[in-house]
Design a protein around this ligand. Structure first.
Ligand code: NAD
Length: 508
């Protein structure tokens, strides 16, 4: 790997966050937990920013700010909210390069991915929800009992939303949580991962610059156990939306249940990639390598288990191994780099642990090692010969590791695809419309791609089946989840003795 660019010149994090790494009531402040934390660039192992984590007091202050802002924001007209969010999208566009650089430095994400995927996706999401703010749909009003009453449904904002996000796509996860919530008139306190706070803070600052009132978008950067649980259990928070691992999601559900909160859980994944024997081999091989390595495999929908029908199996394995060898590891700040490091050295060691254990029961065809480098890099890894019930096939590894297994009949391919606890995403590779139709019906996942794997759209829902959680991000479906429904019923008869009173008074 070549020389790495100086980080302070690429993105001056210390200068930008000199006032702290909490964003409460429209400004940056310092945390008060007494715990120091370092944002580390995983490509170099060097500290990018030291800051004080949020403690319970900071969470309380952020929730109070969100609560104070709620009546004004919820009371604004949809048009006013929409206008402010269109300005928000414009602010983000003006800051696009800055956001991309910050995302790359804190995550080790290749700059071309930040520039071409994370940032434009976030801007597009913002523009989408700016439009959606004016399009709350509901049942039409009517006289459902023949004329005595008129009923209609109101969709109302819920209140203060507390959201918790992971480190893999910090900016997009902030957007997926914040945008539908505020478009619907809620206010929000977002807790990003403490490893990657920078772009969530910049996102909130762009909202303020766009004229979104202080307190509508707040960010507390703290540890999960402390700030996270305090936010989830807070009595003034009406809804929790969480994106992260299934294990932590279960804990979040437990804490939220104690205060009877609405809950939205986007959890882990282990996406199958099913290649039928009529598939185009070149497409499937390229799709598998790109789908497995995107964001260094730290993607909840990444292709992790390829099931390949026997006639194509050998050629597929050879094709994937050859293609993986061409992927360039390097400085994430360099536009020529394809693959960055994992998020941390601890996570790299966790990924390496899965591969090392697999050597006793499977074959590591390529990769399976960390290059000699101070960064948290790991080479693209292909594993074959693992049993369906083995750890590498069943568990979420969250790294650049693809496992390939053969299958014979279509029944078997679909059965194996469904055979993990997860159900976030899947893909089927075939030119046969009946096979494709069957796969899309029978694979239990929140998204099934046909002849592609990964693309997402602001207009389409993203969310899991099974242990991948419930609730949808993006799209009109997520917008509706951040509202509550009220039935309003008017009496039209104006009589004192209603017909139904007979059940109480008889014929008196
Ligand atoms: P994680 O579950 O470790 O942490 C997620 C967030 O929860 C972080 O902000 C963390 O600080 C916080 N947290 C940790 N313990 C907590 C607790 N007890 N109470 C409240 N909050 C707590 O996940 P991660 O390692 O940051 O991210 C990777 C995971 O996220 C993977 O499992 C991945 O599949 C999942 N993910 C899912 C989606 C989706 O849309 N379904 C999207 C991205 C990532």
């Amino acid at each position: 790997m070549h020389t790495f660019q100086a980080r302070d010149q690429f993105f001056p994090a210390r200068e930008r966050f000199a006032d702290g790494a909490q964003y409460i009531a429209g400004r940056l402040t310092r945390g008060t937990s007494g715990q120091h934390h370092a944002v580390v660039d995983p490509a170099t192992g060097e500290e990018v920013l030291g800051y004080e984590l949020a403690g319970a007091k900071d969470v309380d202050a952020a929730v109070a700010a969100a609560r104070a802002a709620f009546p004004g924001w919820a009371g604004a007209s949809p048009g006013e909210r929409s206008d402010a969010m269109h300005r928000f999208a414009a602010e983000l566009s003006a800051r696009a390069e800055d956001l991309a650089r910050a995302e790359t430095v804190q995550c080790g994400k290749p700059i071309k991915l930040s520039r071409e995927f994370d940032v434009p996706g976030t801007i597009d999401n913002t523009a989408f929800f700016a439009g959606a703010a004016r399009h709350l749909q509901g049942q039409s009003a009517g006289e459902y009992d023949g004329g005595d009453h008129t009923s209609y449904v109101r969709r109302e904002a819920i209140g203060v939303v507390g959201s918790i996000a992971p480190w893999n796509y910090p900016l997009q996860m902030a957007a997926w949580k914040v945008l539908p919530a505020i478009a619907a008139g809620n206010t929000i306190v977002l807790k990003p991962s403490e490893l990657t706070p920078l772009t969530s803070l910049m996102f909130a600052a762009a909202a303020t610059a766009a004229g979104i009132p202080d307190g509508v978008v707040n960010v507390v950067t703290g540890a999960g156990r402390e700030a996270g649980e305090h936010l989830v259990g807070h009595p003034d928070v009406a809804m929790t939306s969480f994106t992260g691992s299934t294990g932590v999601g279960k804990r979040v559900a437990e804490v939220a249940t104690a205060t009877v909160k609405r809950l939205h859980l986007e959890l882990g994944g282990k996406a199958p990639f099913v290649v039928f024997d009529d598939a185009d081999l070149e497409s499937a091989v390229h799709g598998a390598v790109a789908g497995a390595l995107i964001n260094t495999g730290q993607d909840c929908t990444a292709a992790t288990r390829a099931y390949v029908q026997r006639p194509l199996y050998e050629a597929f394995v050879a094709g994937v191994a050859d293609l993986m060898a061409t992927v360039r590891l390097g400085d994430p700040c360099d536009p020529a780099t394809d693959l960055g490091p994992l998020i941390s050295h601890a996570h790299r060691d966790r990924v390496a642990g899965f591969v090392e254990r697999a050597r006793s029961y499977a074959r590591v065809v390529t990769g399976g090692e960390a290059p000699e480098h101070p960064g948290a890099y790991y080479r693209p890894t292909l594993i074959t010969g693992a049993a369906q019930d083995s750890e590498v096939v069943q568990a979420e590894i969250f790294g650049p590791v693809l496992v390939v297994l053969p299958f014979d009949s279509d029944d078997e391919g679909i059965r194996l695809a469904n055979d993990t606890p997860y159900g976030l995403a899947a893909s089927a590779w075939t030119h046969d419309v009946f096979r494709a139709g069957r796969a899309t019906r029978e694979i239990k996942a929140g998204c099934v791609w046909v002849n592609d794997h990964i693309p997402i759209l602001s207009e389409m829902p993203h969310g899991g089946y099974k242990a991948s959680g419930y609730g949808k991000d993006m799209s009109a479906y997520s917008f509706e989840e951040y509202t509550q429904i009220k039935h309003v019923m008017f009496d039209n008869t104006a009589v004192a003795r209603k017909d139904w009173h007979r059940t109480i008074f008889g014929d008196r």
